[in-house]
Write a protein that binds this ligand. Structure first.
Ligand code: GLN
Length: 185
């Protein structure tokens, strides 16, 4: 998992709980032998800057282009998106999934919320979803599957091996999305 910044420990714990073997990625060499990449929540502008300075941006971009599965949550979703609105001018994203996102589209910290979210194809009832300064998905391309929505706006999307969530599945203790992603890898 990408371990430059953000809620790395929570994702690592969730991944361990579902039987995966999380490896912290901080430099390009850490990508060797990796089957899949989780991009955590945090601050996408900071992560974008650290991806560049560590030399990871191009290395991760290459692996994603080769079809490495990826799961991005909140800031991680922003990093995987095709285009970012209201980002910093120098902020980059991988374009690994054909969605356009607007940073902080649900408002600022005070507007964070938690909600029971019905997810397409997920057994066991609605998912407990925590939204913190979450991005809004403004547009999804034709190849993108929308698995969950809030007020008609997509919050969980998949395109091939890339899964993105506007919320934080690693913070609620509901590990079914981690299970789903690891199961598919
Ligand atoms: N607003 C943050 C960003 O732009 C994302 C928030 C989060 O990951 N909780 O990166």
């Amino acid at each position: 998992m990408l371990a430059l910044q953000g809620d790395v420990a929570e994702h690592a714990a969730a991944l361990l709980s579902v039987g995966a073997h999380p490896v912290e990625v901080r430099v390009p060499d850490d990508l060797a032998g990796l089957d899949a990449l989780v991009l955590p929540g945090g601050e996408s502008t900071t992560m974008s800057r650290l991806l560049e300075s560590s030399g990871l941006f191009d290395a991760v971009g290459e692996r994603l282009a080769e079809g490495m599965p990826a799961f991005g949550t909140c800031a991680g979703m922003i990093l995987l998106a095709a285009d970012v609105m209201d980002g910093r001018a120098d902020q980059r994203s991988f374009g690994a999934i054909d969605v356009v996102v607007r940073r902080n589209g649900y408002g600022r910290q005070v507007d964070s919320f938690e909600q029971a979210l019905p997810v397409e194809g997920l057994v066991g009832g609605p998912l407990d979803a925590v939204f913190i300064r979450a991005p809004v998905v403004e547009r999804v391309g034709p190849g993108v599957e929308v698995l969950a929505e809030v007020d008609g706006s997509p919050v969980l999307c998949r395109q091939g091996p890339v899964l993105v969530a506007a919320f934080h599945p690693e913070l609620s203790g509901d590990l079914r999305l981690h299970q789903l992603f690891v199961g598919e890898c």
